[in-house]
Design a protein around this ligand. Structure first.
Ligand code: MCF
Ligand code: FE
Length: 418
């Protein structure tokens, strides 16, 4: 574990204002001090220093929703008409089977791409019988592994164990309201409440999901259920996916990360805030799957909003810089001010809050884990370092650290003392 001073032209803690000519002290895997370079160098004269030219130091990005396990599907699903058309293709593709070696090799490639785009934490959705746990663990990243549950294949919850270590923790993840009936949702939320384990779900993604929950004719029941031999099941009727899911949360203290949330109306936001639900946006996946774009204006007063790429089954790549830029461009389209600062916030602290791990990571604060990245801004640090981050690319990443250990260093630029 490193014990050193990371210096940069700008240090962006995210939870507080940028520090020009700043420095962060890392010791024992944690951030132990942060301030101006002058003060830090004076207070810690004997520590090794690392500084890159034209650099920005900030918290590592949080890719709060991925399916690294599905990396082998890259480029294999095209020409579908709508969301359920895509799901139909994916189910058929998965049913065809795939070699475990191919799954793991493509997963390693996915992990590399994720790390090279500045990500230090992922919220990964994995199947229960998944063989790639060790591959995830040995990535060096912080992993929140959501174990995917379906009506069809879910064993009794009481037989499941959710591991929790320093950089790796597991949580239950009922796949979605159309694939998990009321009994499973009730059981998962009860288990989450009783054992104080956070959970997550794909929610409010497609217009068909809204029709399904309103008990209107929908493509899940017409097309998908026969394909997976699932019977139509009874459920409470709800106006919106948010209202549907909060019906199951009532009376329970459950930390829920809701992924997608494109189908949200104004009145839902009050419900989301009072249930303290985390939202994970996956805007490039949403456009790929033709379900629309999230309404970001509605979400500005909510603290727990993060960003994810989703998997390579619904996104052409896992480049988190591109995802941030896409989010930023939607903010501009929707007339949101300070869009660069907000996009960086969603990509870091917002994501940590959406996954309920903000005590540990997401910002540069004394006591938090040293999950830190350094980006080089070729044109120099502009008056607005946030814009610089939003326009960065993987080749601009200089190094990346998780819990005080380097997980990535750009070859051409080994740390140098000044
Ligand atoms: O987030 C996207 C879109 N919404 C729902 N499911 C998935 C997404 N990416 C992958 N999936 C997977 C899911 O993990 O689709 C499969 C599951 O294994 C569907 S099988 C009902
Ligand atoms: Fe997903």
């Amino acid at each position: 574990m490193e014990r050193l001073i990371l210096k940069a032209d700008a240090v962006i803690p995210v939870s507080s204002e940028p520090i020009h000519d700043g420095a962060v002290v890392v010791d024992g895997g944690h951030i132990v001090d942060i301030g101006t370079s002058d003060r830090i160098e004076n207070d810690y004269p004997s520590l090794q220093k690392v500084r890159k030219p034209n650099s920005i130091i900030l918290p590592g990005f949080i890719n709060a929703h991925t399916h690294l396990e599905l990396s082998w599907t890259k480029g294999k699903i095209r020409g579908f008409e709508d969301f359920t058309g895509w799901l139909e293709r994916l189910i058929t593709l998965k049913a065809g089977g795939v070699d475990q070696d191919i799954v793991e090799d493509s997963m390693r490639m996915g992990i590399r791409n994720v790390i090279e785009s500045g990500v230090t934490t992922v919220g990964e959705i994995s199947s229960l019988d998944f063989g790639g746990r060790e591959t995830l663990r040995s990535s060096g990243m912080r992993i929140v592994a959501f174990l995917e549950l379906f009506d069809r294949i879910s064993p009794r919850l009481s037989s499941l164990e959710f591991q929790s270590e320093n950089l790796y923790e597991e949580r239950p993840f009922p796949h979605a309201p159309y694939s998990c009936g009321p009994d499973l949702l009730e059981a998962v939320f009860t288990c989450a409440h009783e054992n104080a384990i956070p959970t997550g779900i794909h929610l409010g993604e497609s217009p068909d999901e809204v029709r399904f929950l309103k008990n209107l004719p929908n493509e899940f029941e017409r097309k998908i259920f026969p394909l997976i031999k699932k019977g139509i099941f009874k459920r409470p009727r709800a106006e919106t996916p948010t209202r549907y899911i909060t019906g199951f949360l009532r009376g329970k203290d459950v930390k829920l990360s809701a992924v997608h949330m494109v189908q949200v109306v104004d009145e839902d936001m009050e419900i989301i805030r009072s249930a303290d639900i985390g939202i994970v946006l996956c805007p490039r996946s949403n456009v790929f799957l033709k379900v629309g774009k999230p309404n970001l204006r509605r979400m500005l007063d909510h603290e727990r909003v993060g960003l994810g790429t989703d998997g390579l089954s619904s996104n052409p790549d896992l480049d988190f810089f591109r995802e941030i830029r896409f989010l930023h461009d939607i903010m501009v389209e929707q007339g949101i001010r300070q869009s660069a600062r907000l996009a960086v916030h969603f990509a870091t602290l917002g994501g940590a809050r959406a996954l309920f791990i903000e005590e540990r990571t997401g910002s540069l604060e004394v006591g938090k884990s040293a999950d830190i990245i350094c980006i080089c801004c070729k044109g120099g640090i502009t008056p607005d370092p946030y814009s610089c981050i939003v326009s960065s690319k993987p080749e601009d990443l200089q190094f990346s650290m998780v819990g005080g250990n380097f997980i990535y260093r750009k070859d051409s630029c080994a740390p140098c003392e000044h």
